[in-house]
Design a protein around this ligand. Structure first.
Ligand SMILES: *[C@@H]1O[C@H](CO)[C@@H](O)[C@H](O)[C@H]1NC(C)=O
Length: 165
């Protein structure tokens, strides 16, 4: 469990730290990156155990990729695409959601837009992003699914014990 997580941090770093211009974000723009890589890692651990096998869990609702992103979420985040794909092409959403780098940038854009203190602790941090990601930008105070919440908290505590923020 720990190894794939650490691998993913490394993997994300390779992808996300490289200038976006080199990798190309298609037609969308990544404005800034409020979400740390440790936070992204705990989100994907809780959502999919960071299993990067390209997959859409529920093709109708379309929750795709390691962050289980929906089409609506992707639209709200500015329709980022990979390989210069036009955002209106049929597979633009699925291709982005199944690409860890494009999916992570989609989260950054979504959080940039919906950044708020969901749990009322006076801070905007990963705990809020976990809520916004699962519950959306307009109802993030609600109840989180138990499995998701416990996996997420476990991941955060794990990093804290290792001395990470
Ligand atoms: C990742 O997901 C795929 C598709 O669901 C599955 O076949 C595979 O066993 C998973 N890999 C791991 C390491 O869990």
């Amino acid at each position: 469990m720990k190894m794939p997580g650490l691998f993913f941090v490394w993997f994300l770093c390779i992808c996300v730290c490289l200038p976006s211009a080199v990798l190309g974000n298609g037609n969308g723009y990544v404005l800034d990156k409020p979400v740390t890589e440790l936070c992204l890692n705990c989100l994907c651990e809780a959502l999919s155990e960071c299993n990067a096998t390209a997959i859409c869990i529920n093709p109708k609702i379309g929750t795709c990729g390691i962050f289980r992103i929906t089409n609506d979420y992707w639209v709200d985040a500015g329709k980022l695409t990979i390989n210069g794909e036009h955002p209106d092409t049929e597979h633009a959403f699925i291709n982005c959601a199944n690409d860890p780098h494009c999916a992570a940038d989609t989260i950054q854009n979504y959080m940039h837009q919906f950044n708020q203190d969901c749990n009322g602790d006076g801070e905007m941090d990963c705990h809020d992003y976990a809520r916004i990601h699962m519950l959306g930008g307009f109802s993030c105070e609600g109840e989180l699914p138990y499995f998701y919440q416990s996996k997420f908290e476990e991941c955060i505590v794990n990093y804290q014990e290792q001395g990470f923020e």
